[in-house]
Design a protein around this ligand. Structure first.
Ligand code: UGA
Length: 434
């Protein structure tokens, strides 16, 4: 089948390599000429393990083509996947400018029956607007489906080829069959439903993951107060198969381009349909307070508490990890950003290091010092602060770390090390919920 993917971001590029690898003829279009030029050279605009290999193979075998031209690809395609961003607007709702724009441009180039599949996460209640946009721009026959994406950054390729479920949100039998055929080679449960249910599955899944994380963070805070060890608590809780261990790791809160925005968008949508989603408000509030709790931990570790009226003035700190999670260079809504801003406000002098995200972080913090290794970052510092659980931090030579730091203080937002072992080595080690 010939397919067009609109939008060469995360979802678009992964969808493009997936369907081309499965033997389809795929066009991937984007409005950014720079991005398309980069992709044509075989380079991806972000770091995602395995993506470049898949991309280059499919380009070489002429199954995958990048273009900025809608008219080159859409008329040839029976199915068009819309994969553009729906970033948060100021009021927490999703900004649909890119989505509506992409649909209008798609519609202008439809000549025969075309199935338009929306993979972008978009709020419920806009079906009529979308249909109107298409009708205004074409006389040709078309149908819609929502088929949300569940891939995770860092393991996106694996997730795309081994999905837990494939959601096909349309009442049209014809559209259902096209999507069933397209996904035929993939494992995973097929969930066939109406468009609104499909959209709700997406928001509900991300919001549930966020809820699990906030629950784990709340338990970490309670564990600290009562003198329990949250790791043991969650090992016990997660051992119940009905609950499970996944997404119960406490830390500095969830970040990234999806969970924070989708929780807020879901609250806003529920509101629009007259439901007060207090549960998710609390999930969001716990997530935000997790940063303040962590900053207080840094202040306590360095004995800079409110009552002494002291701050972190004059102290030098190494920030280890800037990406919102390991195996990505993505810093969108990363907890590191708020942590860095708070520490700067308290007067600390920061040196930053991330194995992949330094370049992206430099755009936000052009005046801060960055290093190319963890040991350079910690050298002569009053403390090391771990924000992202990169494997290379877990594998650090701790004897060397201790030798390099001015004071043997580590504040670990991701519980990378054993508390007793760190104490034995002579570290002042602070972690989450332990
Ligand atoms: C998330 C969902 O997991 C995907 O299923 C979904 O497709 C995607 O959003 C999306 O909507 O596009 P992603 O944003 O890549 O994927 O990242 P996650 O792996 O979900 O992690 C989000 C944040 O939660 C990270 O900051 C991570 O450090 C944090 N986290 C995760 C925890 O603090 N504790 C955990 O136990 C798990």
């Amino acid at each position: 089948m010939t397919i067009t993917i609109v939008g060469a971001g995360y979802v678009g590029l992964i969808t493009a390599v997936l369907f081309s690898e499965l033997g389809n003829q795929v066009f991937c279009i984007d409005v950014s000429q720079d991005k398309i030029n980069l992709l044509k050279k075989g380079k991806t605009p972000f770091f995602e393990p395995g993506l470049e290999e898949y991309l280059n193979r499919n380009v070489k075998e002429q199954r995958l083509k990048f273009t900025t031209s809608n008219s080159e690809s859409i008329p040839k395609s029976q199915t068009v996947f819309i994969c553009v961003g729906t970033p948060p607007a100021k009021n927490g709702e999703a900004d649909l400018t890119f989505l509506f724009g992409a649909i209008a441009k798609t519609a202008k180039n439809i000549h025969d029956y075309t199935l338009v599949v929306i993979k972008s996460t978009f709020p419920i209640g806009f079906e009529n607007d979308i249909e109107e946009i298409v009708k205004k721009n074409t006389k040709a026959e078309f149908e819609f489906a929502a088929s949300p994406e569940f891939l995770k950054e860092g393991t996106a390729i694996e997730d795309a080829f081994h999905p837990d479920r494939i959601v096909i949100g349309t009442n049209s039998k014809r559209a259902q069959q096209i999507l069933l055929d397209l996904h035929d080679a993939l494992p995973g449960e097929r969930i066939i439903c109406d468009m609104r249910s499909a959209q709700l599955i997406k928001y509900a899944s991300n919001a549930f993951l966020a809820t699990k994380i906030s629950y784990a963070n709340a338990l970490a805070n309670i564990s600290e107060k009562v003198g329990a060890n949250v790791e043991k608590v969650l090992a016990g809780v997660g051992a119940d198969k009905r609950i499970g261990h996944d997404f119960l790791k406490p830390g500095v809160g969830y970040g990234g381009s999806c969970l924070p925005k989708d929780v807020l968008a879901f609250i806003a949508q529920a509101n629009a349909f007259d439901y007060n989603f207090d549960l998710l408000r609390s999930v969001d509030a716990i997530n935000n307070s997790q940063i303040d709790i962590f900053i207080n931990k840094v202040r306590e570790a360095l004995k800079a508490t409110e009552d002494k009226k002291s701050n972190l003035e004059g102290l030098s700190l190494a920030i280890l990890g800037l990406a919102f999670k390991p195996n990505t260079d993505d810093i969108r809504d990363a907890p590191s950003i708020k942590i860095i801003q708070s520490l700067i406000n308290l007067g600390a002098k920061l040196t930053l290091y991330d194995p992949k995200a330094n370049e992206n972080a430099k755009k936000i913090f052009p005046n801060l010092e960055f290093t190319n290794s963890v040991y350079q970052a910690i050298n002569g510092k009053d403390a090391a602060i771990i924000v992202t659980e990169w494997p290379e931090f877990k594998e650090m030579d701790l004897k060397n770390v201790k030798k390099n730091l001015k004071r043997p203080i580590i504040i670990d937002g991701r519980n990378l090390f054993d508390v007793a072992k760190m104490k034995k080595m002579g570290f002042k080690y602070f972690s989450v919920g332990r």
